[in-house]
Design a protein around this ligand. Sequence first.
Ligand code: URA
Length: 240
Amino acid sequence: MIAGEEGILIKYLYLILMKNQLGNAKQCKNLIKKGHVFIHEQCIYDPYYLIKKEDKIYVDGNSINAHPFQYFMMNKPQGYICASYDKENPYLLQLMKEKDCYCVGRLDKDTTGFVLLTNDASLSKKLLLPQNHVEKVYQVKTKYPIFKNYKTLFEQGIIIDKTYLCQPAKLEMIDSYQCHVTLHEGKYHQVKKMFMSLSNEVVSLKRISFAGILLDESLQPGEYRHLNEEEMTILEKCLR
Ligand code: URA
């Protein structure tokens, strides 16, 4: 799979044809096998040909988009919901000109920071699978002091929603009211609930890293940019 212009994930030729609306998987594989598809001057008969960054694809002589998959990092502003559309609330897709993208996972309306946006459904699905344990790091500010024993309690697993035992999480103190929390799962309101279980309260939450990629702090709230090659490599490795 290849990423938009900047990425380096490699995708099969037939998937690129599908993303260009040239048919379903079977139809696209057939187009390739029957000799309709050229890369530069060469006819390619293998649907599983791996698209390279410099490849230009022609179907029956017409150029198609060889890099239709795009991956963006956004610094989510407060007050927006992670959705492609909403009747009542401002939503992240309003801030983008690439209207075919959607959010990989969700942050609460009042949470800020890293949101990955893409039009690559298969990558998004993989990143959200619980068994892939994709890492998320949050910067947390609390209403009451964070005690030293929180670290051990987070490591042992906090119980939320009365019965759910969270996977071990890492808590690193910044000061008495601030810490970093690293999770490998993503339950609804998880960080807030974890602190609630300890009779504390989250007053501000920002995701500073997702899948091993750090939030680019030069992005102002609401700004977004393509993931660069290094970040795409991190993403690729995280799913290996
Ligand atoms: N945990 C929360 O409580 N809220 C978020 O938005 C993300 C993680």
